[in-house]
Structure formats: C-alpha cells, structure tokens
Write a protein that binds this ligand. Structure first.
Ligand SMILES: [Zn+2]
Length: 242
C-alpha cells in the first residue's frame, strides 16, 4: 500500500533544498518516521503549518521509490501558545527531545504518542505552572522506556519507606535511597512531593492535584538524562542537569 494515513506529532524538522523540509514524526503505529514535506516552506503551501515543530495532525504519507512523503495533513492542534512564551517553549522542546530518545523506528508507540499529545496540550492550555507538567511527563516517560522508578522501597537496602520519609531519587541503582542509607546527605524529594509522584504514577496527572512543592523536576531531569543517554535541552529558569 503506497498511501497511509496516520496521526503524528512533529518531533524534529530540518530545512532541505529551497522549499522542502525533512520531518521526524512520532506516530502511534510506526513510532518514529522520517518524511519529506515537499514545498512546505512556500508561504501558500497547505503543508506550512503541518510541518512546524509540535504540529499534531492526521498525516497522509506516500511511499514511492524515493523518500516517504507527506501529501496532505489535517491539523488537529499546532499548540500555538507554546510559540508565544519562551518558558513554555523550553519545556515543550525538552518533551520532544526526550520522546525522540524513547521512540524507535517502525515500532508502535501508542502510549508515548498519547502522553506527548496530552502533555503538550497541558503546557499550552493549562493555566498553571509548567514544572509539575514536565515532571509528570518525565515520570511516565521513564516508565514507557523501561526505567519506572519504584517509589515505595529503597533501591539500596530494599526497605519499604516509612510514612513521612523524604528520600533521594538516583539514576543508579535506579530508584529511591532511604534516609538510613543516605546518612547525612540531604534528600532531594520531600515526603509531600513523593506522595504526589506516587499519585501521578498510579492515577495519572489528570486525577492529581498540584504538588505542594516544586522539587520533583530537578531530580527527574538527572534521572531521565542518565537513562536516555542524552543531554536534554535546558529549561528556562532551571539549571541544566548534570
Ligand atoms: Zn535504604
């Protein structure tokens, strides 16, 4: 079959020739797909909006002898507010880069596609702080990538964390370190934030209230960057993870 219609989100775009672009799409059925959008940079091209970063839509793809091409697109959302706020843009760019690291070519990525689409929508149209949105995104993304941290036991001694305990999220051994194993070091997640992350993990972010503190994102960035083996783009107002 030469033509295929698929949902997609533009993860990456690079200009090609005079008016073309090569796009990397995240699709539910085929994971990461590279496609050419011919003539999309002409001002009147019907593919202009569909070939921009973050664009989400129903893409019609054609596979001929050469590169796979986009022949049409019905845009679902361009997530326009992301383009008007540099902080939101930095959060959204990090989400794309992390999704690109997890998605494989020609491997279904339904859960990842849903997670990215919903998280971009929450960043664009949610009224609140973007930090918990990105923290929740990274927590779920790590689960999809096979690095779901266990938020109830210590990864070092195996003890179940006590009610009220703060803990330290570390990439190796992947998970939490309890106060006993930490000794005098300061934990990077408060008890309240841990309780919030557990709720996000089991119930999804739609069903959770906002976290009481914003201490989840920094340790999750370190955790994600380690397991994805990729330096993620910096977030405005946040130090780059090391
Ligand atoms: Zn321990």
């Amino acid at each position: 079959m030469a033509y295929q219609t698929t949902q997609g989100i533009v993860l990456r775009r690079s200009d090609y020739r005079d008016n073309d672009r090569v796009l990397t799409l995240l699709t539910p059925e085929r994971g990461r797909v590279d496609v050419t959008a011919r003539g999309c940079r002409k001002p009147k091209s019907p593919l202009l909006a569909a070939s921009d970063l973050f664009a989400m839509g129903e893409y019609v793809l054609y596979r001929g002898k050469g590169h796979e091409m986009i022949t049409g697109c019905e845009l679902t959302d361009s997530f326009y507010p992301l383009r008007t706020d540099i902080t939101l843009l930095s959060h959204a760019s990090l989400m794309l880069s992390a999704a690109e690291a997890v998605a494989q070519r020609e491997e279904p990525a339904e859960h990842l596609f849903l997670l990215l689409g919903r998280s971009l929508a929450r960043l664009s149209y949610g009224q609140g702080d973007p930090e918990p949105v990105t923290a929740a995104y990274l927590l779920h993304l790590m689960g999809i990538a096979g690095y779901r941290p266990d938020l109830s036991v210590c990864a070092q001694c195996g003890q179940v964390l006590a009610e009220g305990d703060a803990a330290h999220l570390v990439p190796e051994p992947a998970g939490l370190i309890c106060p006993d194993c930490l000794r005098s070091a300061r934990p990077n997640l408060s008890y309240d934030t841990l309780a919030w992350l557990r709720e996000v993990q089991t119930r999804g972010i739609d069903k959770t209230h906002l976290p009481p503190q914003n201490d989840a994102l920094a340790p999750l960035l370190v955790y994600a960057q380690h397991h994805l083996e990729r330096r993620l783009p910096a977030i405005m107002g946040h130090d780059a993870p090391v």
